[in-house]
Design a protein around this ligand. Structure first.
Ligand SMILES: [Zn+2]
Length: 451
């Protein structure tokens, strides 16, 4: 099939005006000017998107699909209050609820042009949803306990799940990694165990230096989480001694626990990092998920993205939990991420829309170490392709596609989402999942959770 549009954005090369992509089976065969490709392949069926941009699918490097049904549940609250309020609602979810909630997120993802997710899950529901819907991704099994005596058991269960999940997913599309819980809910010894376990190359993702509360907890032992942990421990009869302040920044703390020694680490947020921390992250080739909407909405701060890029760190974009950021709109994420940096970031490094589009595609692929397969439109790569409409009145006239995408589009402008040559969305959702049932379940879950 020949896909054509006013703009084709290979990402690895400058954009092509009136471009085309030849897709055969699950692969990209050729990328070039539409007139040339039509002459070379006269028999090939053509699907034209008109005044639109064809580009690689978005790679959302930080998601929690299973929290989608908690969208808007705890609103207008800063990080620590939000986190604790969401945690109080979690026990009310059954495994069916987690599954349907993740499906809701998966449906939104494909309709928003996301073709790859990097998702942290405790229940495994995100993996089930990605498998059913046809998304590509890395699914990280979350594990953690503050109780030192529970560490062996927690790791045993996590390892068991990872093995079982690996056996059930389509390994061409999905791989399974491991993720520690938030650092303020992890006994230091479980971090050592995760580091040991992931030395074989298993992907690791961890929330790191996101909030000031986490920073203060790790360094000084003083934050709302200290009180919360002690209360929680007493409530469950868990042996949870008061946290011993480390005197270190969160980055330095996990460095000392050898978590940065594992080969494939994705650190999420990295808002509260100093220059020495950034140097260590760069030295260990740690990738960073920049989640500007979640960070802004929960008043966590703004990550020093320019410093990451200057240090040569791989940076991708993440929409994070819908329970925090409400939608999985990667274009909103790009725009807010860009504007925040211009408003309060390093003025010597003026971030532009080319960099944001790169971050949302090839940059994300590099974070997950899958850039040999996806992230750009190149012959031989898998056909993970999206089309974004640029023809609306608020977008006319379009001079430069990256700027038009970054400043005038949003998730509603996605015309088509394709993973491995298979169209998953073309204005309608094109697969077996019953979207109406999932929406109805979301309403049921809302009623259950609202008190
Ligand atoms: Zn997160």
């Amino acid at each position: 099939m020949l896909l054509t549009a006013r703009y084709v954005l290979p990402i690895s090369e400058p954009f092509i005006e009136n471009g085309a992509i030849l897709v055969r089976d699950d692969k990209i065969v050729e990328v070039g000017h539409a007139t040339d490709l039509k002459v070379r392949h006269p028999e090939e069926p053509v699907k034209d998107f008109g005044l639109a941009a064809l580009m690689p699918g978005f790679i959302d490097v930080h998601t929690h699909l299973e929290y989608s049904a908690m969208r808007g549940l705890v609103h207008d609250a800063p990080y620590a209050a939000w986190k604790m309020a969401v945690a109080q609602k979690e026990p009310f979810f059954t495994s069916q609820d987690w599954d349907d909630s993740a499906l809701l997120g998966g449906l939104e993802a494909v309709a928003s042009g996301i073709t790859t997710i990097a998702d942290i899950t405790s229940s495994g529901a995100s993996g089930h949803a990605a498998q059913a819907i046809g998304l590509r991704g890395v699914i990280y099994r979350e594990v953690g306990t503050m109780d030192r005596h529970m560490v062996d058991e927690a790791m045993r269960k996590a390892e068991q799940d990872i093995e079982a999940w690996r056996a059930t997913v389509d390994s061409d599309r999905l791989s399974i990694g491991i993720a520690p819980n938030s650092l303020y809910t992890c006994n230091p010894t479980i971090l050592d165990r995760i580091a040991e376990y992931a030395m074989d190359g298993t992907s690791v993702a961890l929330h790191l230096a996101g909030s000031m509360e986490e920073y203060q907890f790790i360094k000084y032992g003083s934050s709302p989480f200290s009180v919360h942990n002690v209360e929680l421990g007493a409530g469950y009869g868990i042996d949870m001694p008061p946290w011993l302040p480390t005197g270190e920044s969160p980055v330095r703390y996990i460095l000392n626990r050898h978590l940065l020694d594992v080969p494939n680490v994705l650190a999420i947020h990295c808002v509260h990092v100093n220059d020495a921390d950034i140097e260590k992250l760069a030295e260990r080739d740690v990738a960073i998920a920049y989640c500007p909407r979640c960070n802004a909405k929960l008043s966590m701060g703004v990550a020093p993205v320019s410093k990451f890029l200057t240090a040569g760190i791989r940076v991708g974009l993440g929409t994070d939990s819908p329970a925090a950021s409400d939608s999985m709109d990667m274009i909103d994420e790009m725009r807010i991420g860009l504007l925040l940096q211009r408003a309060v970031g390093d003025k010597r490094n003026f971030l532009d829309t080319d960099q944001m589009v790169y971050m949302a595609t090839l940059g994300g692929a590099r974070c997950l170490r899958i850039e040999d397969k996806v992230g750009s439109l190149e012959p031989g790569k898998l056909a993970d392709i999206i089309a974004i409409d640029l023809s609306a009145s608020h977008q006319a006239p379009t001079h430069y596609p990256n700027s038009a995408i970054g400043h005038t589009a949003n998730q509603d402008n996605i015309l088509m989402t394709m993973v491995s040559g298979k169209i998953l969305f073309d204005g309608n959702l094109c697969y077996e999942v019953d979207a109406e049932r999932v929406q109805a379940r979301a309403e049921e879950m809302r009623l259950k959770l609202r008190y």
